[in-house]
Design a protein around this ligand. Structure first.
Ligand code: ADP
Ligand code: MG
Length: 759
């Protein structure tokens, strides 16, 4: 009987598999995901929502962990709490209703040749029909104890009675009996669904030609594409899944490095304003400063001056609060004026723009420099009364500098001419009616505040000369070199990694709730001395709202975030102004206020009309309140170290001893020791490194960058790999800039760029 049965089954199987092969001939990685078996309109909608449009997108949707169900056991050997798999036959299935919890409970009994075990599932009514007695199942899950018996509760299962237990049986399992992939949770798409779609795709002869050059695979011991895809989804061992992951990390890092390096090269070839490298002038400028530059400032200034002279600059000047970026920006501006070019200096707020304007004025008394301020509420110009000499340096005794209001139209006329001028301003600088006619240098303060589009506007080429202005971006966020390679690899870096000498160290303390009162008393004393205080309220973190940061549904919107923070500030403000410091002048600042209102309060604070300013974390970085000596941060554990360090940088900017109090309700040792790093270290770069290694790149970079793939995120801690891949990218371009030597690689690279552009 059996002999007659099997050949028939075999024939059927062969026909089926040849059918499958035929079907697969039509499947390409670029095919729409709707061609995948089982993907109907409903799943298609959910997949599209995740950005999965093609078969390639689906295959490149990687699991983030694995459930280890690889231990196949016999029932008699089961131990409580172990995670394992069983091959069993169902002997009984019942449906029970739990009225209290309003649930359907499926109770089953199953056995193998060594014993019997009870199984329960909840609310999966279809199981009654799907696994009638006699069904053979592969089950995986955790063994639990109920009373005296062992049971399996909601195990994963696969029906296998229609399959043969031949040698590739275990290999073909998707949900049980192996390392089972778990995918990021998303609406409408369980891990089970992903396994169901992906597993068959990997078995058919999809065209998965290797595109990484052979010598790279060998040199870096990378798994070939097909193996890597198989092992990342359905690994034979965790070690192999890790190897697979490494291959994909390597390739996406490599592609992104190539992209950045190519962009950098392209930019460097554009026509640029040639700024004279006037060493004599630089020397006299540095000499005339009321202080001597730090070594880091000298080095950066030199890098910038050379760059302005020899190719288009696209440079990030990194240095924490107080490291002295402004003087460097000023020197670069004066060099540009010297070569008859205009300069636009864009700051994120009116107060900061005005502050820069004042700084520039005070440092340019000896120079013939026109400086204008342009914000939506004021336009001013600072110039000398008469303009007789042609040299940039002037004798202050012989010339009077004047400052005055000017109409926007008049200023615009000047800007529109070819007159060299430094215009400092806010977004007003990129309004439609402002046209620079000879823009040589654009300086952007706190670059991340400006969108790409806004920067593009200022950096568009001159209509006549086609010259693209140089860009100098100032940022107070200390970004470790490896991260900078990944995120700003198209830019050159200048780093101010030392502070001017004489600054006093801010005394920093981590404060548990019981010591808050002492701090409040201390604050009162400082205010009595005439000092001022910042209180920063905690920010909201995504994972407080939902552990599933990657689920589109659960992603918290910026609006919600602002609402939450505004609430926190209002509450804190009420507490401080009505209870604790009812006799002092307390005010608040938050993201929901109109910008005019914000500016007004900042101004009052600057003029010491407010003692204590309660604010969200969005308050302007970089603002100078020399009189502020106390920085209190509520819920300090919600911030990264680098950010806390930035807050701290807002006090201690003048001769007074200053203090930073990190409030935390948390009693966790890990959190405490993380915060203690601020007590220990005063170096922004050091703190950034610690932050990065403790919290991981996702947290470190904050929400804005969360667009980068998970996989890449994880790799950002691997410094050696990033440096290595950076080198590989450079070498490849050196060998063949257009990558024509490696056609498949080149195509894959183009694909990558297309994808990057879309997201
Ligand atoms: P930031 O990098 O935060 O923009 P600033 O450029 O505003 O820092 O500099 C902070 C303060 O330090 C300013 O008052 C500036 O004039 C001063 N400063 C800059 N460089 C030096 C230096 N080398 N020695 C002493 N003071 C300096
Ligand atoms: Mg600054």
């Amino acid at each position: 009987m059996e002999v007659r049965f099997f050949p028939g089954a075999l024939v059927a199987r062969n026909i089926f598999s040849s059918l499958k092969t035929k079907m697969s001939l039509f499947l390409q990685l670029s095919d729409p995901v709707s061609k995948v078996r089982g993907v109907g309109p409903r799943y298609l909608k959910y997949l599209n929502k995740l950005g999965i449009k093609t078969i390639k997108d689906l295959l490149w949707h990687f699991p983030f962990r694995y459930e280890d169900f690889s231990q196949i056991k016999k029932i008699k050997d089961l131990q409580p709490d172990e995670i394992c798999s069983l091959i069993v036959t169902i002997t009984k299935v019942n449906l029970r209703r739990s009225f209290r919890k309003k649930m359907f409970i499926i109770e089953a009994k199953a056995s193998d040749d060594t014993g019997t075990i009870d199984i329960i599932w909840f609310n999966q009514l279809y199981l009654i029909k799907a696994i009638p007695p006699g069904t053979t199942l592969s089950l995986s899950g955790k063994v639990k104890v109920k009373g005296k018996k062992l049971i399996l509760s909601s195990p994963s299962f696969e029906i296998i009675s229609s399959q043969r237990l031949d040698e590739d049986f275990f290999e073909n399992l998707k949900h049980t009996g192996r390392l089972v992939p778990i995918y990021p949770e998303t609406e409408g798409l369980s891990s089970r669904a992903f396994r169901y779609f992906i597993k068959p795709l990997l078995n058919i002869s999809l065209n998965l030609s290797e595109y990484l050059p052979d010598f790279l695979l060998r040199k870096y011991h990378l798994l070939p594409l097909k193996t890597a895809l198989n092992q990342i989804h359905f690994p034979v061992s965790l070690a192999l899944s890790q190897k697979a992951k490494e291959r994909f990390i390597f390739e996406s890092l490599l592609f992104s490095q190539l992209y950045l390096l190519k962009t950098k090269k392209k930019v460097s070839l554009l026509p640029y304003p040639k700024i004279k490298l006037d060493i004599e002038f630089l020397k006299s400028f540095v000499k005339a400063l009321p202080f001597s530059l730090t070594e880091a400032q000298r080095k950066s200034l030199w890098e910038i001056a050379k760059n302005l002279n020899n190719q288009l600059m696209n440079r990030l000047l990194e240095g924490e609060v107080g490291s002295g970026k402004t003087v460097i920006a000023l020197a670069a501006s004066l060099l540009s004026l010297n070569s008859q070019y205009q300069v636009a200096f864009m700051a994120p707020t009116e107060i900061l723009a005005r502050q820069h304007f004042e700084k520039f004025k005070s440092f340019t008394k000896n120079y013939k420099a026109k400086i204008a301020l342009l914000t939506s509420s004021e336009t001013k110009i600072y110039d000398q009364e008469f303009d007789s000499s042609t040299s940039l340096t002037i004798n202050p005794e012989q010339s009077r500098r004047i400052e005055g209001n000017i109409s926007k139209r008049a200023l615009n006329k000047i800007i529109n001419s070819y007159l060299p001028i430094i215009v400092i301003g806010t977004h007003a600088l990129i309004q439609k009616n402002i046209h620079f006619n000879k823009l040589g240098l654009v300086i952007v303060d706190e670059q991340h505040r400006f969108g790409v589009e806004q920067r593009k506007k200022l950096l568009s080429p001159n209509a006549i000369t086609k010259e693209v202005p140089h860009l100098l971006s100032l940022t107070a966020t200390p970004i470790p070199r490896t991260l900078a390679l990944v995120f700003y690899g198209d830019m050159d870096l200048s780093i101010l990694d030392e502070l001017p000498q004489e600054r006093k160290k801010v005394i920093t303390k981590v404060v548990p709730p019981k010591d808050k009162e002492k701090v409040y008393q201390f604050i009162r004393k400082e205010v009595k001395k005439g000092r001022q205080v910042f209180v920063i309220c905690p920010r909201i973190e995504e994972n407080e709202i939902s552990p599933l940061a990657f689920s589109a549904k659960n992603l918290i919107s910026l609006a919600e975030k602002i609402n939450y923070e505004v609430k926190a500030v209002k509450k804190e403000y009420k507490k401080l102004s009505e209870d604790i410091f009812s006799d002092l002048k307390v005010n608040m600042l938050h993201g929901k206020m109109k910008s005019q209102e914000k500016e007004k309060i900042m101004k009052q604070f600057q003029e010491n009309k407010i003692n204590i300013l309660v604010s969200t974390s969005v308050v302007e970085v970089g603002i100078d309140i020399p009189n502020a000596t106390v920085m209190v941060i509520e819920g300090a554990e919600h911030f990264g170290l680098a950010q806390l360090h930035q807050f701290r940088g807002r006090v201690g900017r003048f001769k007074y001893q200053s203090y930073c109090f990190l409030f935390t309700e948390s009693s966790s040792k890990t959190i405490y020791s993380r915060l203690e790093s601020l007590v220990k270290y005063n170096d922004g770069f050091k703190l950034a490194e610690i932050d990065l290694s403790l919290r991981g790149p996702g947290e470190f970079l904050g929400t804005k960058q969360s667009g980068i793939p998970d996989l890449l995120m994880g790799s950002l801690l691997n410094k050696e790999m990033i440096e290595e891949v950076h080198q590989v990218a450079q070498n490849l371009l050196l060998e063949d800039y257009n990558l024509k030597k490696w056609p498949l690689f080149s195509t894959a690279f183009k694909d990558f760029i297309k994808q990057t552009r879309q997201s």
